[in-house]
Design a protein around this ligand. Structure first.
Ligand code: SAM
Length: 250
């Protein structure tokens, strides 16, 4: 028996727009988004796309006018509500461009709720380019069908973060010197803390361990690169306490 094709097709182009969507709204896109729809995807008036706004969910929209620099769309029915993202933050010391871009992209795909760059003694990049990182998060969310973007916050110093750490949030400290398996502490709300390529200093390690919400966790006997460690830790947490286990087949 031939299966009924899913509607709307999963292959429809999907874009984030930074304004609240609602049925019947007319919307004009320009710049890179107009170029993507018109020149790259070669869409024409009458073609459909999916839009999400990180506020109201995901919507079907129809192109009504396609120009070289501007595309006008009419918003149709809502396809999905904005999702509830597992309550996991990823705290990471900024690393080199390329690797940090990859980290943000993959953490978004894996389902992280908040991304927090942390400045430590051995951090090599004090001021990561947040606009570029946000663009990577948006692109990843568009591709992986998230309806909620991860929150990307300004870089903060490690001591500032530790001084006001929320009482109810576990701080899973990825400690290359050893700890318990991460899965043993996988529960929400939580945050994973990953150090820079040079690791944490002994003073930093002691300050982290001193807060009652901190748990030293091990990612095995090998020293992983910071980006590998971050994504391995997120994957373990998501598999045990996130939303990987309750996804219905499409
Ligand atoms: N220079 C450090 C050293 O040689 O010990 C290695 C730092 S590692 C490249 C960067 C960060 O990844 C660490 O600070 C830690 O947070 C995390 N990490 C790497 N391997 C880990 C492991 N096996 N267990 C726990 N955390 C690990």
């Amino acid at each position: 028996m031939i299966a009924t094709p899913a509607w709307p097709p999963a292959s429809l182009p999907r874009l984030f727009v930074d304004e609240a969507l609602s049925e019947g709204r007319t919307l004009t896109l320009d710049g890179a988004q107009a170029n993507y729809l018109g020149a790259v995807m070669r869409l024409r008036a009458g073609d459909q796309v999916k839009l999400f706004d990180d506020r109201t969910g995901e919507w079907l929209a129809e192109l009504s006018d396609v120009g070289k620099k501007r595309v006008t769309l009419s918003v149709g029915q809502r396809l999905r509500e904005r999702e509830s993202v597992p309550d996991l933050w990823l705290l990471f010391a900024p690393i080199k461009r390329g690797r940090i871009d990859w980290l943000v992209e993959k953490a978004t795909e894996l389902g992280v709720a908040r991304l927090v760059p942390v400045v430590t003694r051995r951090t090599i990049v004090d001021r990561p380019n947040l606009d570029r990182l946000r663009a990577h998060a948006i692109e990843a969310a568009e591709q992986c069908e998230r309806t909620a973007l991860p929150e990307l916050v300004e870089p903060q110093k490690l001591e500032t973060i530790l001084a006001s750490w929320p009482a109810d949030r576990a701080l899973l400290f990825a400690d290359e010197q050893g700890g318990e398996p991460l899965a043993a502490f996988a529960a929400a709300p939580a945050a994973i803390l990953i150090g820079p390529e040079g690791g944490f200093t002994n003073e930093e390690r002691a300050a982290i361990r001193a807060i009652p919400q901190a748990r030293s966790v091990s990612l095995g006997p090998r020293i992983l690169r910071a980006d590998t460690a971050a994504l391995a830790a997120v994957a373990i947490w998501m598999g045990a306490a996130g939303d990987w286990g309750r996804h219905a087949l499409r």
